[in-house]
Design a protein. Sequence first.
Length: 279
Amino acid sequence: MKRPANDRSLRTFPGPLLLLGAGKMGFAMLEGWLKRGLAPGKIIVLEPQPGKTVKALARRGLKLNPKGKAPITAAIVIAVKPQSAPEAVPAVRGYAGKGTLVLSIMAGRTIQFLESALPAGMAIVRAMPNTPAAIGRGITVAAPNAKVSARQRKQADDLLSAIGSVEWVSDEGVMNAVTAVSGSGPAYVFLLAEAMTKAGIAAGLPAALAAKLARETVAGSGELLHRSELDAATLRQNVTSPGGTTAAALEVLMGPGGFDEILTKAIAAATRRGRELAG
């Protein structure tokens, strides 16, 4: 069985840490940092529409939309929607110093865009997490620019590992494919559960039972894949008896126009759209 990811403490993170955008993903990161021991007093949040939980954290010391002179921060995490980036990102310029790490989780927005929107010479990491980050089970891929030091890379890794596993790539060019596979990937899995529910109903199951079977099967199989040392193909083969019911289904799913072909086309379409969004 796989060992769990290291539970890295953020108690010694130097701070202050600026979070730009506390929506679903930004807030998931914020929760992860607090669970890892980062003190609320070390965190600054810029969010025009803060939720109740963020406002409650402000009463514990978190600095929410502060006024006055901006302090130089150890790290700036940009978690706004990519379409609002041209207006939102320049707002953090005053928080950036020579040693500040900039960590962006915006889909589609390139390192080149960030370098043009921020002071010259900034250390920038572009990252793509996914929605299981909300329960600490995300997967994030990160790409640094040439200004990122070993210390800053570790800082970025520590911040990202609070929401799940982290992988690093040297070629930012693969980030659109990363977005297509893992960033958008949870939607494909949820669609699978949705389709299994509909197919179960069509086969004669009550709707509630079909939904329960689909949900628990997808969730349980995902957890088995997560914990097992075996690859997905081997786990699939272990379920499949020659001439059995699973084999009959897989003959359809793996035949011409089946699952592999459809997913290949889907991921290619998502990768292409990522390039378009990046300009």
